[in-house]
Design a protein around this ligand. Structure first.
Ligand code: NAD
Length: 298
């Protein structure tokens, strides 16, 4: 079925600007530099038009569900899944199975080392994470469901009542036997002092971050809360996700299935562009603050 209103695709990658910067003499047709400036100028104008359309699609909606993926964190220095610098260019996905984690202590040792030596532990939220928090504070969100495990929504001040981390998080640890949840810092201290595969102090079971590995079920509480938010939502705003990972992608699609608008802010295509009300093909850290400014003001 043809979505209505029809999707609008903009090929811009920058936030809208009504005019070139003051120190820019503006497009000078007839020269290569002038043609380039003219193209950038037109793309920015076009992005601005598409953001207008996104604001229009979300206007009056008070229960917006934000659904985020790895793309919202690339500007914080964390690579996405499938991009040119994507995580699977550095790591083999077959390594990250739950069975292997449970049955292979060498693999667990390596996993803890990667965990505690990860450069991503020190990443900071960017303007897009802060824009999502601002949207929540404005009272327009039912909540934010993220596929990300980087903890950056929390670091941007989004409280647990507003956030569902569907794939777990790298900075929470639990015991897979008794469910105990030791403090992350306490386990890190034990690891630093030489325990290469720290075990649960309560039951001696295997400890693991709450990141969902391949072959592992999604956490039940997070799944239940995500579906509850999707059922209540009156619109969905997708940010930085290819919408190609399931069952997570069913969450925003459920909102659309019930006749609500979907706005996608993503660099490049997603698997469900054809279902979007408005597509903003741009960079989350540039587009989202602009979109939220206009929404909160509307
Ligand atoms: P994905 O890699 O499949 O898709 C990310 C999308 O974001 C791509 O289409 C990419 O072009 C786009 N993108 C990249 N930078 C962008 C930017 N600055 N602004 C807008 N769009 C941008 O990611 P996914 O859909 O989230 O699925 C990947 C899976 O990998 C998820 O399950 C997630 O848990 C996991 N993952 C998480 C992280 C993280 O926590 N930061 C990082 C990598 C992968």
């Amino acid at each position: 079925m043809e979505p209505w209103p029809p999707p609008h695709r903009c090929l811009g990658t920058a936030a809208p600007q009504p005019a070139p910067p003051a120190d820019d003499a503006g497009p000078t047709p007839g020269t290569p530099a002038g043609a380039r400036r003219l193209a950038i100028f037109l793309l920015r104008l076009k992005t601005g038009v598409v953001i207008d359309q996104a604001v229009e699609a979300l206007a009056g909606r008070k229960q917006i569900l934000v659904f985020t993926g790895a793309g919202i964190s690339t500007e914080s220095g964390i690579p996405d899944f499938r991009g040119p610098q994507g995580i699977w260019k550095q790591f083999d996905p077959d390594d990250y199975t739950y069975d292997r984690y449970i049955n292979d202590s060498d693999f667990r040792e390596k996993s803890w080392e990667k965990q505690f030596r990860s450069p991503y532990l020190s990443a900071s939220p960017n303007d897009a994470h802060h824009a999502v928090t601002r949207l929540w504070e404005s009272g327009r969100l039912i909540g934010c469901v993220t596929q990300n495990i980087d903890g950056l929504h929390t670091a941007a001040g989004l409280g647990p009542e507003a956030l569902v981390e569907l794939h777990g998080t790298a900075n929470q640890i639990h015991c897979i036997s008794c469910g105990d949840r030791p403090e992350f810092d306490a386990i890190e201290r034990r690891w630093e002092s030489g325990e290469v595969d720290p075990a649960c102090l309560r039951c001696e079971g295997i400890l693991k971050t709450t990141i969902v590995y391949f072959g592992e079920d999604l956490p039940l509480d997070a799944t239940t809360r995500a579906w509850h938010m999707a059922e209540q939502a009156d619109a969905v705003l997708v940010v930085g996700s290819s919408l190609g990972v399931y069952p997570a992608a069913f969450v925003p699609l459920d909102v659309v299935d019930r006749g609500n608008p979907m706005v996608i802010v993503n660099r490049g295509e997603t698997d469900h562009d054809f279902r979007a009300t408005v597509l903003v093909d741009g960079t989350a850290g540039e587009v989202l603050p602009e979109l939220v400014n206009r929404l909160v003001g509307s």
